[in-house]
Design a protein around this ligand. Sequence first.
Ligand code: ZN
Ligand code: ZN
Length: 272
Amino acid sequence: MDIAHDFIADSLELDKSNIWTNISIIFTVLAVGGCFFYWSFATASYYFWFVWNKKRFFPFETVNEAELPAQMAHEKYIALASIPLMAVPMLPAALFQYRGYSKMYRSIDDYGWGYFFLSIPMFFLFTDCMVYWFHRGLHHPIFYRRLHKLHHSYRFTSPYSSHAFHPLDGFGQGIAYYVFTYIFPMHNLLFIGMFVFVNFWTISIHDQVDFGGCLVNTTGHHTIHHDQFNYNYGQYLTLWDRIGGTYKVSQQTHSMFGSTEDDAIVSGKKSI
Ligand SMILES: [Zn+2]
Ligand SMILES: [Zn+2]
């Protein structure tokens, strides 16, 4: 964020110390950059899995073949309308981070390479925990209907489902990444790398093509979450679902290593 901000400010010869300059640029980066990442990553994922390699990964059709085009149109509309709105409550965290109130640092020498690499698993464990409990809280009846039901309207997801949230739902799950930098030191380039990775991962757990695994939360786990609601709330790992008693073994509908007749039976596209 700080690199993008300074690049834009320098290019336009704006005063980087002016708070209104900071607010304008940071909001634009969050809103436009967020839409750009969503659109480009989700579109690349859709064409790779659902179009160019469809015969390999969906030989028996996707589970929701008939309604998929209309569903994806709805997902794109919701995501592209919500991302700029999510940027509004996210703005203070990003603004104060830029103005030096977080523990973000720019020089490796400040904490050394050992901490740099240690901060990667720390980031995943911390944010996964926050996202798990926030997501689980969203399933309480008070919040579910108002905030989270929209995302669950997609029972079998597509890459475009990944950011199709109510703005406050998306904000609540995204704020964890900023909170980390206010508690733990994090290198500014690592934060950008994690931001890109988080976007990529969020798409990957909605693309229906599962690479397997039981410690990592894959699209096979998240598809169960969309279908059966009360299992697999996690983002990256199954750790908090196991601790919280909400873990359910992944049920692959489409395997990254090629679909089989068993997959087709599981997905309801072929009878036994
Ligand atoms: Zn949910
Ligand atoms: Zn989802």
